[in-house]
Design a protein around this ligand. Sequence first.
Ligand SMILES: [Zn+2]
Length: 96
Amino acid sequence: MTGTLTIKCPTCQKVMQVPAVLGGKRIRCRGCNTTISVPMPDTPAAYAQLLYAALRKLDELHMRLIFIEMPPDTPEWLAIRDRLIRATRPFQPLPQ
Ligand SMILES: [Zn+2]
């Protein structure tokens, strides 16, 4: 994957260009050293590449639970949503 993401530090407002492959990871602001979460890419193709790589890595760790925030329920995200729905089940909160 190529490209960059433009992010803004919520603490010092510094605007930075970061490699898109850092989507979903945390970095340190070059201005104030605050930890910033880099958002996932907002295009389905770039998002899918990072998502599937992350899921493969988690699978190797034999995690018992993985929580995923579903992408938007719009046509361009349909393939990713379908794949996630087939591989997961809805979260059921424990009884109180
Ligand atoms: Zn900052």
